[in-house]
Design a protein around this ligand. Structure first.
Ligand SMILES: [Mg+2]
Length: 317
């Protein structure tokens, strides 16, 4: 197995794939020196975020390395989308139990394809020996950042697209159930290729008062907007758009995964009433599901009756 020399090879392996791919993107000096040298776009605010994915916690250790890389970069990019920031650069810290050339080739290919798709540059990294874990730091630029603390009472609460796909996919990801061919494709797309919502974020940028991406589940994440803005919310669960993969469950279960399941990386955001007409004409894939309130806490109704949930939030495995 590996001595330090092998991990230097890994570093070079990534450097070869990513070096010099887009010199126009503010990269004065990329991988290979003590630091990267980067020029921020004039007049923009930088947004930066770091996130670690651990094998056996955030993805199955035996998952396809191409898919692990895709998921790792996409969930980090989702945080940039949630701030309405355009991706610029990222760094990678990779902890590996062993340096397996096939695994690394798959991982690097997944990382390179995803980076190209979202026009983001790898500018530095580090490799260490240990249990498989991936840390990615992303940096982007924004004009109109969407923060969590800007909501006001009376603002409408929206979500993008549909919720519950990743939570519904988890039993298939973990191999607990086989699923049909279509379900396996939906699982693969929702779990390993979640779509950071850059298009929706930039369209709502001028109208939304607060936003975040749904990583831990709608109720858990909306609670962060409530907390940061000093407010509560009322939700009509009949309005929550349920993902197709979750619709194969019973109505109750489907609704529960849609409002409490994590990993969807859709946006949850609030919009002041005066901006609703302008937002409506944009025909975005968004749905109004409730209203921000002065009264703290999140109150849900289903068919006009109060609805309570056992345990909101992310299911660790
Ligand atoms: Mg986030």
């Amino acid at each position: 197995m590996s001595g330090p020399g092998e991990f230097e090879l890994i570093r070079d392996f990534f450097a070869a794939r990513f070096q010099g791919s887009a010199p126009e993107a503010g990269v004065v000096l990329g991988i290979g020196d003590d630091c990267a040298l980067l020029t921020p776009p004039a007049g923009k605010t930088l947004a930066t975020s770091v996130d670690t994915l651990v094998a056996g916690v955030h993805f199955p250790a035996t998952a396809d390395p191409y898919r692990i890389a895709s998921r790792a970069l996409r969930v980090n990019l989702s945080d940039l989308a949630a701030m309405n920031a355009q991706p610029l650069w990222f760094t990678l810290a990779l902890t590996l139990p062993e340096s397996n050339a096939d695994w690394l080739a798959g991982f690097a290919e997944g990382l390179a394809d995803t980076a190209k798709r979202f026009d983001v540059q790898l500018v530095g990294g580090d490799t260490t020996k240990g249990p498989l874990a991936i840390t990615i730091q992303v940096t982007g630029a924004c004009d109109r950042p969407l923060r969590r603390d800007g909501a006001s009472a009376g603002d409408s609460v929206f979500v993008s697209n549909r919720l519950g796909a990743a939570a519904a996919a988890l039993p298939i990801v973990l191999g607990e159930v086989g699923g049909s061919e279509i379900q396996r494709q939906q699982m693969d797309a929702s779990y390993y290729f979640p779509e950071p919502q850059f298009t929706v974020a930039s369209a709502i940028g001028g109208y939304a008062s607060a936003a975040l991406d749904i990583s831990d589940g709608l109720l858990a994440d909306l609670a962060h907007i409530c907390e940061a803005s000093g407010l509560g919310a009322e939700l009509d669960l009949n309005q929550v758009p349920v993902a197709e993969l979750a619709q194969t469950m019973s109505g109750d279960q489907a609704r529960t995964v849609a409002v409490t399941g994590g990993d969807d990386y859709q946006l949850c955001f609030t919009v002041p009433q005066q901006h609703l007409p302008a937002l409506n004409v944009l025909n975005l894939p968004i749905t109004c599901i409730g209203t921000m309130t002065r009264e703290r806490g999140i109150r849900c109704t289903l068919d006009g009756e109060p609805w309570t949930h056992a345990q909101p939030g992310y299911r660790h495995f």
